[in-house]
Design a protein around this ligand. Sequence first.
Ligand code: ADP
Ligand code: MG
Length: 616
Amino acid sequence: MADIIQLLPDHVANQIAAGEVVQRPASVVKELLENAIDAGATTIKLIIKDAGKTLIQVIDDGKGMSVTDARLSFERHATSKIRTADDLFQLNTKGFRGEALASIAAIAHVELKTKQAHDDVGTAIIIEGSQVTSQDVVVTPKGTSVSVKNLFFNIPARRNFLKSNAVELRHIIDEFHRVALAHPNLSFAMYNNGSETFNLPISNYRQRIVNIFGNKTNEKLVPVEEETEVLKISGFVGKPEFAKKTRGEQYFFVNNRFIKSAYLNHAIASAFEGLLKSGMHPSYFLNLKVNPETIDINIHPTKTEIKFDDEHTLYALLRSAVKHSLGQFNIAPVLDFDKDPSLDTPYNFEKKVTNTPVIEVDKNFNPFKNDVKPSGKQSPAFKSTVSNWDSLYVGLESKSNDSQQDFSEVHFESEETTGSIFTNEKETEQVNTTYQLHNKYIVSTIKSGMLVIDQHRAHQRILYEKFLKNMTIKEAVSQQLLFPLQLHFSVQEIQILNQLKEDLEHTGFVFSKVLKESVEITGVPISVPESEVSIILEQLISDVENEVPDAHFSATDLLAKSMAKSLAIKTGQALKKDEQEHLVNKLFACKEPNVSPTNKATFITMSVDEIDKKFI
Ligand code: ADP
Ligand code: MG
């Protein structure tokens, strides 16, 4: 039989490798920015058109390449950064695989211009789908410019898989932030569709963070510094009161490389223990410097994961450094009486008045006199319970008839027993009575058995459908604020708000001004309390930023979901009887009552059969 194994041609192998390296325009941005940094650039420009679908260009003033290197840089496994496997353990550069340019050139139209300082002229190469189409001598400044056009032009499936421009641009900005935060000693600029989105001069770390996330960030930052033999930690954590509902601003850099580590994240979260309301996440911008020999970055192709030799020590050091800073800057309570009591109380319990349950007993009621006319003092609930009442005494009938003479004795007994029996009666008397369990679930009876409703999810569903309706019919009612509300956001957050502005207005928001880093609001939807506005918008922005993967992106839908999530009754909130019933009724009036807007069950049922089985 003939041999069937063949070596793949280079361009095919490159395309396959590209699948791993380049998932979306943002991956190209990351690779090109990192190459510029590795080339020793001090000024780096990123130019984007159509969220990178049309153009991604990075221009640097780094060391440039010779003619031969320029040509070689597009070969797979061609790198100037390591020579032997041993070098892998001494990595001081971002790149080392020599895969990025080859991969990008396999799936896009790439134009490279590069010149070294000592040369008079530079080299220009055009390469399309791994084929070099031209190579020229050009006049170009020192450094390198790489333009990537028509990404995925030869892989339509990939191109179609790209998300909306808004989403892809956000991913690009995320990568840009990560790189810019890791290198405050370099200057970065980003242009999107011809206008400047970021201009970050060389600065200290605090200034870099503020330049990216807006002026309001400055007051939030608490410095963290720690130096030991194995590790140097520097950077900032956000004060607890600025914690976010989502993990937006969490940045770890190890030797200037952005990494994700659930383990180290946990170390920080635990340093914040007791300082954050549940469900809130601290912001942090932390740089760890470790000996490159003690880490292995080679375990993930996109290189945001990392393996440390001694994770446990790192965890402990990080946790104590953060704890120490929070204590030192008087953020964490040092003495008990300094403690702000509001930190301990989940906010939905604050200012909550607890009512003692009232048990009403009608002392004049005589259960043995069926023909008794309701007196004025009798509570209305009793009226209809009279007939049910008999059944409780089935089997006792003869006895009670007998003792009817001895009224005083019976009366005394019945006062006690009827007290408790009647309060039960009062509840079961309505067909669909409700009961709140652990301030979390609403239990109700249905024909076949029992219904347990998750109050938070149910309310989300109700609000979600209401907001969607308001937005589509565009006739939400707005409530005018007495004083305009000023809210501060970062440039990026304002960008997102701008995209959502129209939809927000359909829910009842009125924006009087949208500035570079703030908005002014003069009206809010009728159901939204003024105090919640900033939380809602913040939640909304981070929801948009972290848009659930593979969910169909629709701003309206996301907005409705996000607002429903922010405004829905929380777990832990006590509900009055009528509120409970209202919630149940509203839920079942919904189009899709059985799932929350994020597709989680809003209620479960348990049939009498199932309950019966439990008693066997
Ligand atoms: P890696 O970065 O892993 O080495 P790349 O494919 O990203 O692989 O780049 C290949 C080589 O091209 C690099 O090792 C470097 O020598 C050269 N190179 C890439 N971009 C630049 C740049 N902006 N300036 C100078 N040299 C570059
Ligand atoms: Mg590289």
